[in-house]
Design a protein around this ligand. Structure first.
Ligand SMILES: [Ca+2]
Ligand SMILES: [Ca+2]
Length: 254
């Protein structure tokens, strides 16, 4: 069984085990807003939509865009301070791609040295395609308020965005279409491991198997009529070389 068939079969099994959500979409963009109170030990957020699981590869990005700490004042009222800038951007912002879902996009212990606040933030895509954010190991520190001095943070508000875009099998240019341009991309990258976009089966190589994936996904007319298969290309090359050799021999003989 080819890797492609295994991938397809795995996707089918996932569909059976975890019925596709009614709101499965592609791409998805999930705005997240959670409130973490001082007494909390666990905060969970679930996405309203699910990413389509039947794709070749997914590109993702995430960013924790805003973190604020709120303190209570002795005689009523409160003060909120933005502490986003105190968190290392390398822990807050990231991107990448994955060929398998479910997956964990972010699992970081975020720390604000100024207030002594720490928490572990985990963002993952579940087997159902839904996103989930989990905040654990919550330790809220203190901030200094003019006149009132150091005050314990009572509440953290965290805002973030998570985006995923899936690309179909055979879409080697990653433009949302499976067409002749993807065949050209495969042809250019054939046997060139350093250029992995035309790697349909995820084996880090661009081979004839990836052509088959494109052919099976391309419009029938395009796949059947316009494009010679790799074996046909190879035969043409062999035939051309043989003809050239015959011609060369004939010239020497003549
Ligand atoms: Ca394409
Ligand atoms: Ca491949």
């Amino acid at each position: 069984m080819s890797c492609y068939a295994v991938i397809r079969r795995s996707a089918t099994l996932l569909t059976i085990l975890f019925p596709l959500a009614a709101h499965a979409a592609n791409p998805v963009s999930w705005p997240i807003a959670v409130q973490i109170n001082r007494a909390d030990t666990l905060v969970v957020w679930n996405s309203p939509t699910a990413i389509d699981l039947g794709q070749m590869v997914w590109e993702y990005d995430y960013e924790i865009t805003k973190v604020t700490g709120t303190v209570s004042l002795p005689f009523g009222g409160s003060v909120t301070q933005d502490i986003t800038g105190d968190i290392d951007p390398a822990d807050r912002i990231g991107s990448g791609e994955t060929r398998t879902l479910p997956t964990v996009l972010l699992d970081e212990s975020l720390a604000d040295a100024g207030s002594g606040t720490t928490a572990t933030v985990r963002v993952e895509v579940l087997p159902t395609g839904f996103g989930k954010l989990t905040v654990t190991n919550i330790m809220l520190g203190s901030v200094t308020v003019p006149i009132f001095g150091s005050r314990p943070i009572q509440r953290i508000n965290l805002e973030a965005t998570v985006g995923l875009t899936g690309f179909a099998f055979g879409d080697y240019t990653r433009d949302g279409l499976v067409n002749a341009a993807d065949y050209s991309a495969w042809q250019t990258q054939f046997t060139t491991p350093a250029v992995p976009l035309a790697d349909g089966d995820g084996d880090a190589l661009v081979t004839a198997a990836d052509y088959t994936i494109w052919r099976d996904a391309a419009p029938v007319v395009l796949a059947a009529v316009s494009i010679p298969e790799p074996t046909a290309i190879a035969l043409l090359l062999v035939a051309s070389c043989s003809a050239a050799l015959r011609c060369s021999s004939a010239m020497r003989g003549g």
